[in-house]
Design a protein around this ligand. Structure first.
Ligand code: SF4
Ligand code: SF4
Length: 182
């Protein structure tokens, strides 16, 4: 999860309904766009525009001014981050736990030999969609959905996956296709 903003209660209710609906439709919306997106990213990879980093930064910021992660938390509910050694050391320290104990309590090793959560939704997500370890959360959570990543064309496979999980990533890619037609 990237971050949350404070909004009024009435607006928050509307935003929640809107997001709930969007999240229900998202898998199908993303599936319908999959081939189009795949072709688009293949072309983008061959000839990325010089100002791609700049445009992505702008699209990312514009989208996250509209999207409040606190109404969503779909990334935290459906996919977990990778935990790097630095993440484990930082979070274990936050809990005043030994690193090994933290690993045994919360993590497992996946097929690619990475430390990941034992289960989703993430144990550190509270009932209000707040991250209980926000200040020390894993790097992958801080950077998700990676739409402001430099050389964005290099993570197209990840983005193709993320548009079916993250409404913001979906919107950013749709806007990107308009802003940088191929
Ligand atoms: S899925 Fe995207 S919009 Fe939803 S909480 Fe995660 S980063 Fe925010
Ligand atoms: S650590 Fe926090 S931001 Fe990361 S998946 Fe868990 S609740 Fe979400």
């Amino acid at each position: 999860m990237r971050f949350g903003i404070s909004i009024s209660r009435t607006f928050a209710l509307h935003a929640n309904y809107y997001m709930e609906d969007f999240l229900k439709q998202l898998p199908k919306l993303a599936k319908d766009k999959h081939n189009e997106n795949k072709k688009y990213f293949a072309k983008l990879k061959k000839k990325p525009p010089k100002d791609l980093d700049y445009v992505m930064q702008e699209l990312h910021e514009e989208e996250f001014e509209r999207t409040d992660c606190l109404t969503c938390a779909n990334c935290c509910k459906t996919t977990g981050p990778l935990f790097t050694n630095a993440d484990i050391a930082r979070i274990a320290k936050h809990f005043k736990m030994k690193e090994q104990k933290f690993i045994e309590t919360y993590l497992r090793v996946d097929e690619e030999n990475d430390h990941v959560l034992q289960s989703v939704p993430c144990t550190f997500l509270d009932a209000e969609n707040y991250c209980m370890i926000y200040e020390v959360r894993p790097k992958a959570c801080r950077e998700y959905p990676h739409t402001d990543r430099k050389k964005f064309q290099q993570i197209s496979n990840l983005t193709l996956k993320n548009v079916s999980i993250c409404p913001a990533a979906f919107n950013i890619v749709e806007e990107m296709k308009k802003r940088i037609p191929k």
